[in-house]
Ligand binder design. Structure first.
Ligand SMILES: Cc1ncc(COP(=O)(O)O)c(C=O)c1O
Length: 431
């Protein structure tokens, strides 16, 4: 590959731009602290994971063996026996959500899909693409689904096979829809478990909840049918990726034999990225379970630091339990644009992703937000968490009250180790 001097210059300028902005991110959940340099040499190969990693393929340059280990890890993380699950490495959370919705629609072709107002915007596209009937459900003030509205809509529709799209960490407010409550409410409405589908969009929190002491329900053991996670968020990756895991029996319904590659296929795309499974494998096996727990606790502590600083300045900042998303009143455009904050209506949020080793960047942003909101004289918005943060129940626990569900979260240094998962096993096969 040769470049003209002009193109050389252009690429060099882009390189410098990337270096300058590498760690810019406080508004979106992409972690930038990855190092996949041991994998750089594979970039010379056209690695393509077309089809099912569990089947031999005529296309030899695939990374199926690594994809299998990634999927084994996530099956264990989400509490489903590996042999009862099937999933794959996707392009990101959106493809995983589409896969979950596709399975649900194949199971219940005429069903209505219910998702809350706080759901990621891509889901509206997915239901149009898949031509699924859909209903948007009200959200509670903290971003969690309004369960009364959910059951009222299902009843009004006379829907006997609802597809429930639950958020395990919403995009804007980090809220988790309570899948235990959802199942309880559907049972009360006389809808049997085998008559509905429950997909969990865990794009960000799928790599948080398994590592905290008091997680909201999120796993197959808690009753889900499928779940997706983005790989470029908490894990971190130079290109978008993710995973989806579903119940194997449901996946078999959509499997097709493809002559062209002499293999079966049940994925959304034809050609699939073969480099991202390698990256996810490398990321998962180069950190121990305790490393993940510590990384996530650091993000949670930093989020609490941001809440504490804003509240000390009289600004009603808040976050949902187990969430690294801090919500506060929207500052002036000059401030949110300079820091690339995501905004929605009269609120903005920051996300304490893992590349923030300390509070320096967050503090610089908070200084400006506090000065700006105080200057404009409107520092207070209503805190949707019913009671303000209460500290000091013993020295170990902070207590939140949100949507009537008391939750606890440990103070730094007091967390129990996360439960066992496939990570320990992956660690054995060090890169
Ligand atoms: C809750 C949620 N779901 C889905 C997505 C889409 O994920 P991706 O960007 O990986 O396609 C996002 C992205 O921010 C998200 O926050």
């Amino acid at each position: 590959m040769t470049f003209s001097p002009a193109n050389h210059k252009r690429l060099e300028a882009f390189w410098q731009y990337c270096l300058t902005h590498q760690y810019f991110n406080v508004g979106y959940p992409e972690s930038a602290d990855f190092d996949y340099s041991l994998l750089h040499r594979f970039m010379r190969f056209s690695i393509n994971n077309c089809g099912d990693w569990n089947e031999p393929s005529n296309y030899l340059l695939n990374s199926f063996d690594f994809e299998r280990e990634v999927m084994r890890f996530f099956a264990e993380l989400f509490h489903i026996p590996f042999e009862d699950s099937w999933g794959y490495v996707t392009n990101g959370g959106t493809e995983g959500n589409m896969f979950g919705c596709y399975l649900a629609r194949e199971l219940f072709p005429d069903a209505t899909l219910y998702y809350s107002k706080d759901t990621h915007y891509s889901v509206a596209k997915i239901v149009r693409l898949l031509r699924i009937k859909a209903q948007v459900v009200e959200s509670q003030a903290n971003g969690e689904m309004d369960y009364d509205d959910l059951v009222a809509r299902i009843a009004a529709d006379g829907e006997r096979h609802p597809i429930i799209f639950a958020n395990i960490g919403t995009t804007l407010r980090g809220a988790t829809d309570n899948i235990a409550v959802i199942q309880q409410r559907l049972a009360q409405a006389g809808i049997r478990r085998e008559d509905y589908y429950l997909h969990a969009d865990a794009a960000l929190s799928g790599m948080i909840l398994p590592f905290v002491d008091a997680p909201e329900p999120y796993s197959f053991a808690d009753g889900i049918d499928s779940i997706c996670v983005s790989g470029h968020k908490m894990i971190g990756s130079p290109m978008p990726c993710g995973i989806v895991v579903a119940r194997r029996g449901n996946v078999e319904r959509i499997s097709v034999e493809i002559d062209y590659i002499s293999a079966r296929d049940q994925t959304i795309s034809g050609s699939r990225n073969g480099h991202t499974p390698l990256m996810m494998w490398a990321a998962l096996c180069s950190r121990s379970l305790e490393d993940w727990r510590a990384r996530i606790q650091r993000c949670l502590d930093l989020a609490q630091h941001a809440v504490d600083r804003l509240r000390a300045a009289g600004i009603e900042a808040w976050r949902n339990p187990n969430s690294i998303t801090v919500v506060f009143p929207c500052p002036s455009a000059s401030v949110w644009k300079r820091h690339c904050l995501a905004t929605s209506g009269d609120t903005a949020h920051l996300i304490t992703t893992a590349h923030h080793q300390d509070s320096t960047q967050i503090d610089a942003l908070l200084d400006e937000v506090i000065a700006d909101l105080k200057f404009r004289g409107k520092p207070v918005t209503r805190n949707p968490l019913q009671a303000p943060l209460v500290e000091g129940l013993g020295s170990r626990t902070r207590v939140y009250s949100t949507a009537g569900q008391p939750r606890t979260e440990p103070l730094p240094g007091h967390a129990r180790p996360a439960r066992d998962s496939g990570l320990a096993r992956l660690k054995d096969s060090d890169i």
